[in-house]
Write a protein that binds this ligand. Structure first.
Ligand code: SF4
Length: 334
């Protein structure tokens, strides 16, 4: 780990100002540290300055006037998953968080940090490997190497790293919004536009401008009667990243799916809103044939490598099973 200077910010304005005083590449915000500190230990991240934001007042979960929820960036993952309003109104989010990491990590990890976490591609963490995300233009050892955990959707010729978060998959399905603050003021970014596809610049992962800080996440008011499931398929029952994850929320009305929200994890380079499948399902009567058609269409653009060729079929079966369960069961699924 390189030597660095540690400074503590007492509020959001101070945090933004402290970071702005540094060259963009030299400073990082430090929240729970569950990913950043690992990256520093491995030499992947080598900040010269860490701006500790854990004392900045961003740890509240507040109801919004329109019935939505504002989640402070410093709200810990365990607190968020167990919050009564989240469990009651957004059980999909609570479930997704509890499927991620371990209890100890969730106690430390923050909402903002979860959104900003980096891929767990093993070559990204190994500084002796070729990795376009770590060193732009150096190559990608995952293409013809160990790629069992890697993405099949949203990939490019430069990077196939899967986005690791469970929480973000639920937030994508729920149409969350990310509130950020920078030297130029505040702005809000739609969740689907926050994470970027790797394209030919895999080192640029988000639409955050230099020096901007995530301050909170807004969830829109939930629709009455929306029923949801978060299903994660992984190599072991806990503390493992997803091979496939499906976040689904559906409202049934008069025998048809009057609202459909579907997002995928473990499969793509960013939290993946399954818009192709949603369009086929929205307003239709549920049936196994339709579920298969929707899953097939969503996975049709998948590009596989030698180690992850099983993922499209696994994803299709998981999507079909989740949709069947949601639409077949009466009453509350949670
Ligand atoms: Fe790096 Fe992406 Fe290739 Fe992994 S998949 S080695 S993160 S460029």
């Amino acid at each position: 780990m390189n030597d660095f200077t540690y400074v503590r910010a007492s509020d959001v304005e101070a945090a933004v100002s402290l970071l702005a005083e540094q060259p963009a590449a030299a400073a990082r915000f430090l929240a729970g540290g569950t990913n950043l500190v690992d990256l520093m230990r491995e030499g992947v991240e080598r900040p010269e300055v860490l701006v500790d934001i854990t004392r900045a007042p961003m740890a509240e979960v507040q109801e919004l006037p329109d019935g939505g929820l504002r989640i402070g960036a410093m709200v810990r993952n365990s607190h968020l998953a167990g919050h009564p309003l989240v469990r009651q109104r957004y059980p999909l989010l609570s479930q997704a968080i509890l499927h991620g990491a371990s209890a100890q990590l969730r106690n430390m990890a923050t909402t903002g940090g979860n959104i900003m976490q980096r891929t767990r591609c093993c070559y990204f963490y190994d500084i002796s490997s070729q990795c376009n995300k770590r060193t732009h233009g150096s190559g990608c050892d995952a293409m013809n190497g160990y790629n069992r955990m890697h993405a099949v959707l949203g990939t490019s010729a430069h990077c196939i790293a899967a986005h690791p978060s469970d929480m973000c998959v639920a937030m994508a399905a729920l149409d969350a919004k990310v509130n950020v603050r920078g030297r130029a003021g505040e702005r809000t970014i739609a969740f689907g536009e926050f994470h970027l596809l790797p394209s030919d610049t895999p080192q640029v992962e988000t639409s955050l401008a230099a020096g901007e800080l995530i301050t909170s996440i807004d969830l829109p008011a939930p629709t009455a009667g929306l029923r949801s499931i978060y299903r994660k398929v992984r190599d072991r029952a806990s503390y493992a990243f997803a091979l496939v994850a499906v976040a689904a929320a559906i409202r049934m009305e008069n025998g048809v799916m009057s609202e459909v929200r579907l997002a995928l994890g473990g499969l793509a380079t960013k939290p993946w809103r399954a818009t192709i499948a949603e369009q086929l399902l929205w307003g239709a009567a549920p049936s196994p044939g339709l579920f298969a058609k929707a899953a097939e269409a969503e996975l049709a653009p998948a590009v596989v490598r030698s180690g992850n060729a099983f993922k499209p079929e696994l994803a299709k079966r998981t999507i079909e099973a989740v949709l069947a369960e949601i639409t077949a069961t009466e009453g509350d699924l949670q």
